[in-house]
Design a protein around this ligand. Structure first.
Ligand SMILES: [Zn+2]
Length: 418
């Protein structure tokens, strides 16, 4: 009898564990890049887990790409139609896929391809990064973590880099695996890469496409290492960065941090000794910790507000308190003309207003929270929040109450609500 009870407990135990933490979606990508024509083709296979069985699935795809087909063991038909995404504020294609019956783990393969969007290629470089929006995404789940396998084919004479080293390399073929937000699967193809490494802890790697290293790259290596060391002792103390990769495609467009200990910096004259660039660098690196907040609604302040205040904290720690106060004052002015953070409708506001509500106002509130708690308690709170991978404001408020007090929770909820 005891044995039966034990077995029953094991079965129930496993069942409960499975329910509490649903398996991540599985993604297999087979990508062929033709840098000469700035084009690519892709087979994207998604196996998804749903809380309940589904008979159909929708996916969004960049409208610039040509859909070839959608297949799968139980796929019976599919359609593609223009569809306006109010979060991305862009017209995409909505792919609708029907299955033969309810599926617990629906699986489908989307085959598509086309020209890379402008600004994501040069003569001998193709940049398939999150901003190129080159992958199909489940609506409003672009940033959800997936377990992926990414195989990239390139012509002879080209190399491929990603956020980390490939698992396997053959002539013209690179194979990567990992866990990342679906939208952040990354492949940069170029004729050559200059690779620089800052040894020690944390290890910093730079892959620079088609150009030799310059003094600025050495500056980036040393600045990033100093910055991450400080972040590892503060916001990242519970989940420190051991290794970080920078991809420098030279496409001169923007900078973005990726959850997978990596960042893409496209500016060819990026100099983190200048305040603006130092803030960008600290902000983007910190997205390693501030990338779990729900992106498609007001909870995005947990990503952008936290990353912005993290960058100001680093500026202050370099000893530049005057510049820290200036930067804070700029955000205070900006925040004064926007309403509450909680409930902010990211779909009905333009980008400048979005910046005010999701970047600037939370930054000012976090400063006030630090004043209220003192720096050490505040940093401990941020470190715990970072390691907890919080998705919602409510989760953060609960943590604040647990780490500090009910009164501070209510105070913070009030600040975020007005
Ligand atoms: Zn950001």
């Amino acid at each position: 009898m005891r044995l039966i009870l034990l077995l029953l407990a094991l079965v129930l135990g496993f069942g409960t564990a499975g329910w509490a933490k649903p398996a991540r979606n599985q993604v297999t990508v087979d990508l062929t890049i033709q840098p000469a024509t700035h084009s690519f083709s892709c087979r994207y296979t998604l196996t998804t887990t749903a809380p309940a069985a589904v008979s159909q699935l929708g996916l969004n795809l960049n409208r610039q790409f040509r859909l070839a087909t959608i297949t799968g063991p139980q796929v019976t038909r599919f359609t593609a139609a223009p569809w306006y995404d109010s979060f991305q504020k862009d017209t995409l294609q909505r792919l609708s896929v029907a299955f033969s019956g309810p599926q617990r783990r629906p699986r489908l393969t989307v085959e598509y391809g086309g020209q890379l969007p402008e600004r994501f290629y040069t003569d001998s470089l193709a940049e398939l990064t999150a901003f190129a929006n080159w992958l199909p995404n489940l609506p409003d789940r672009e940033y959800e973590l997936v377990d992926y396998q990414l195989t990239v084919h390139v012509p002879v004479g080209f190399r491929v880099v990603s956020t980390h080293e490939p698992r396997r390399v053959r002539p013209g073929e690179y194979y990567f695996t990992g866990t990342a937000p679906n939208i952040e699967l990354t492949a940069v193809a170029a004729r050559s890469f200059t690779t620089l490494v800052a040894a020690g802890s944390p290890q910093i790697v730079i892959h620079k496409a088609n150009r030799p290293a310059t003094h600025l790259d050495t500056v980036l290596l040393s600045q990033a290492q100093a910055m991450i060391r400080w972040q590892n002792q503060t916001i990242g103390r519970q989940e420190p960065i051991r290794q970080f990769t920078f991809l420098l495609p030279g496409t001169n467009r923007n900078a973005s941090g990726l959850l997978d200990n990596a960042a893409v910096i496209t500016y060819s004259d990026f100099d983190p000794r200048r305040t603006g660039e130092l803030l960008i660098l600290a902000h983007e690196i910190s997205h390693k910790w501030w990338g779990y907040g729900t992106w498609n609604d007001y909870n995005n302040w947990l990503n952008e507000g936290m990353a912005t205040y993290s960058s100001l904290l680093y500026l202050r720690t370099t000893g530049d308190t005057a510049r820290f106060r200036q930067e804070l004052a700029k955000r205070r002015t900006s925040a004064a003309s926007v309403g509450a953070v909680i409930g902010f409708d990211v779909r009905r506001n333009d980008y400048p207003t979005f910046r005010k509500a999701m970047y600037d106002k939370p930054t000012v509130i976090l400063y006030e929270l630090e004043q209220r708690l003192g720096t050490e308690v505040f940093l401990q709170l941020l470190a715990t929040a970072a390691a907890a991978h919080l998705a919602t404001t409510e989760e953060f408020l609960t943590l604040v109450e647990r780490q500090t007090s009910r009164a501070t929770r209510d105070w913070l909820a009030g600040k975020l609500s007005t």
